[in-house]
Design a protein around this ligand. Structure first.
Ligand SMILES: [Mn+2]
Length: 358
């Protein structure tokens, strides 16, 4: 990643918005801007320079990793004191705060410690920039998707009656780490039998039995970037009623994936899958949104749902994941990651969606 270019781009963007200085508290956003991967630090974009504040634990690492246009400031007493002296040094009386990452207690501290400074809502400028992935990011996300596909293929050899959900979840994590990942991008969901009817089921020590669906929602973090895929497979046989919902979910997912292109709004995309499921009589059993952006966070902008429409643009990476969940019986979800390209889209996760009975 070229962090120097990225910092300059953000500075330009903030200058257009007249939002200097801008305080970034989200560690993921700090990583996006600078490559810094520690657990403590603040980044401040001033009009004339960009400053990173952290404590002595990270001094050596920060000086090594930060792009040369970012100045490292070693925190003295606490962050608020360091910020106060920076603002004083630059004779600045206001600051814009990154909205989603500043907690109420941090806000209270800022107000108490930095008297005479105006604190303004600064929106989530960096999260908005993160929506469009650059070429390096796309390459990394593709690799994360490939590892997840390889993991799914590997799982097909080990899913069988008698194996527990945990056994599979552990196998997934082990596979990822063996293949150069930092770990899973969220707590893996392995939901078997009636558990599959809960979209965010809590995986446990339940044994998998013949005749059950096994819904697996999993993703890895590779070089900081997340993948996210869901497949639902079946053990020994599949009841007709579940076969029916599998076909509907598969077709709804295909229709939405096929429609992905720049210019389409996220709510329209959501409707393509939702309307198909509703037309087949299962509208009430698809309660969640169709998908979400994926990048440094496994869930990030844009949300692919009915409200808050956004226009799809080249360089966005989203998931398409419709599902039908019959309470206390069975659920089916199929999820892929899709990149919006200049000519339409590219599906990044390539695992088969044909019905699998193991
Ligand atoms: Mn997802």
């Amino acid at each position: 990643m070229n962090y120097r270019t990225r910092i300059k781009k953000i500075q330009k963007h903030l200058s257009e918005k007249k939002q200097f200085p801008y305080l970034v508290a989200s560690l993921i956003n700090i990583k996006y801007c600078t490559g810094f991967e520690g657990s403590y630090g603040y980044l401040i974009f001033f009009e004339d320079e960009t400053v990173f504040i952290s404590d002595s634990r990270y001094e050596e690492y920060a000086l090594m990793i930060l792009p040369d246009i970012v100045r490292f400031v070693l925190q003295q007493k606490d962050f608020f004191t360091s910020l106060k002296s920076l603002l004083k040094e630059k004779k600045i009386k206001k600051i814009f705060l990154e909205e989603h990452s500043i907690t109420l207690s941090q806000y209270k501290m800022l107000k108490n410690e930095c008297k005479g400074i105006a604190f303004n809502y600064g929106g989530d400028v960096i999260n908005e920039l993160r929506i469009i992935k650059d070429d390096d990011e796309i390459e990394t996300i593709k690799k994360a998707a490939q590892i997840t596909d390889a993991c799914f293929n590997h799982l097909l050899k080990i899913i069988k009656p008698g194996v527990t959900e945990w056994d599979i979840a552990i196998e997934i994590e082990y596979f990822y780490k063996k293949h150069g990942c930092q770990g899973t991008s969220f707590d893996t969901i392995v939901a078997s039998g009636a558990g599959s009817s809960m979209p965010h089921y809590k995986t446990g020590i339940k044994k998998i039995k013949a005749g059950e669906p096994v819904l697996i929602d999993m993703g890895c973090i590779f070089k900081g970037y997340c993948s996210d895929i869901t497949r639902t497979v079946f053990i020994k046989n599949i009841p007709d009623s579940v076969n029916t919902i599998y076909s509907i979910v598969k077709e709804a997912q295909k229709r939405a994936v096929d429609a992905v292109k720049a210019g389409l709004t996220t709510n329209k995309l959501d409707s393509i899958a939702r309307d198909f499921i509703a037309a087949n009589g299962y509208g009430d059993l698809f309660g969640h949104s169709l998908g979400h952006g994926v990048g440094l966070d496994v869930h990030e902008l844009p949300a692919v749902k009915q409200n808050g429409a956004m226009v799809l643009k080249k360089g966005m990476v989203i998931t398409i994941e419709p599902g039908i969940y019959i309470p206390k019986k069975a659920g089916v979800r199929i999820e892929d990651m899709v990149l919006v390209t200049s000519s339409g889209h590219e599906v990044l996760t390539k695992s088969t969606k044909e019905l699998i009975i193991l």
